[in-house]
Design a protein around this ligand. Structure first.
Ligand code: FES
Ligand SMILES: [Fe+2]
Length: 353
């Protein structure tokens, strides 16, 4: 199979399965079942009595009722239709109407890992779940000394995941789509440097000694009239974007460095439905109470644009909706290539097995 067989067109892009995806926040899971879609799979999430997070395929194998409509009995989930129960490993623990427990009466369990307030789910072959594939949380500013993890809000979009993934890593729309909210009007025109490895596409822009926007001073607790900053947009292929602003105060006697990181995990619910799970990772304790309201406002501007693009794509179809790229789309093109290679390797491995 060649790369061109793998569709990496925003609007209908394929996604790899042998990867960790963020499925929600630790704070969302408790003793009531939560339903969430990931990569086209219906999934039910809950915690055992001891607090361990569990994810199971959300369809009772008996007659197909969503298990998330049932209830928890101890560590098992009881289907709401005929009361069949399944343990945290997906195996049937009880059939109230009697008879044996057939091995086929089971649902798929998914490996989960909780890190810094997020829950990561492995959507691929269970035996291949490799924890080292989760992005380094110290690099994200979500773990380690001197960092203050701060999750986050869940936003849903009716669009293919590649549209929001590229949107988040694209600095050149900020000046236009979010005009007045987060930049001083000069992001699009500032030259960037790009660094690519096998899992990351990193893009840096430097703004040296620029006038301090009052909103930045308020949100990031910055002092003085002028500021130097580096904006880093890093895509961790295939599903996470880190937007990091490193500010250095200029015209105060004891200049400080403030690092503010917005991390957004992009999780396909299905081919045309996507979750965004956000979090902040800062090198100072956050005190600005309006941060999530502000973030939501910005993300919803993106959602509106992205859903318009998806609707247009679906209406015209791939032949009548080509894209014409410009120089600053180079990082997005590299991201597409890396994801495409990832899917390619995964399918080759599956074919060989
Ligand atoms: S459908 Fe679940 S017990 Fe019958
Ligand atoms: Fe945006």
């Amino acid at each position: 199979m060649h790369d061109q067989d793998i569709a990496m067109i925003p609007g209908l892009a394929d996604f790899p399965r042998n990867q960790w995806y963020v499925i929600g926040y630790s704070s969302e899971l408790g003793r009531s079942p939560v339903r969430r879609d990931c990569l086209g799979d219906p999934i039910v999430l809950f915690r055992t009595e001891a607090g361990k997070a569990v994810a199971l395929f959300d369809r009772c194998p008996h007659r197909g009722m969503p298990l998330s409509k049932g209830k928890l009995l101890g560590d098992s989930i009881q289907c709401g239709y005929h009361g069949i129960e399944f343990g945290p490993d997906g195996k049937c623990t009880k059939i109230p109407s009697g008879g044996g427990l057939p091995a086929k009466m089971a649902v798929k369990p998914y490996p989960l890992i909780e890190r810094a307030g997020w829950i990561w789910i492995w959507m691929g072959i269970g035996a291949q779940a490799d924890v080292t594939l989760i992005p380094n949380h110290e690099e994200l500013g979500m773990e380690g000394t001197g960092w203050y993890p701060d999750p986050g809000i869940h936003v849903e979009l009716k669009a293919n995941y590649l549209l929001p993934l590229e949107n988040l890593a694209d600095a050149t729309h900020i000046t236009y789509l979010h005009h007045g909210l987060i930049d001083t009007g000069n992001v699009a025109a500032v030259p960037y440097r790009m660094v690519v490895d096998d899992r990351r596409v990193r893009v840096f822009r430097d703004f040296v000694n620029e006038p301090m926007p009052p909103i930045l001073a308020q949100v990031f607790h910055l002092r003085g009239e002028r500021i130097t900053r580096t904006l880093e947009l890093t895509t961790f292929v295939p599903n996470l974007v880190m937007i990091r602003n490193s500010f250095i105060e200029v015209d105060v006697p004891d200049p400080q460095r403030r690092v503010n990181t917005l991390i957004v995990a992009v999780t396909p619910g299905n081919a045309r439905y996507t979750h965004e799970f956000s979090a902040f990772g800062n090198n100072y304790p956050q005190q600005y109470a309006g941060r999530f309201d502000d973030l939501k406002k910005i993300l919803l501007e993106d959602v509106e644009a992205i859903e318009e693009i998806q609707t247009m794509f679906d209406r015209l179809g791939i032949d009548r909706a080509p894209e014409v790229s410009v120089k600053s789309d180079e990082p997005a093109i590299r991201v597409r290539r890396l994801i495409s290679q990832m899917i390619h390797r995964e399918r080759e491995g599956a074919a060989a097995a």
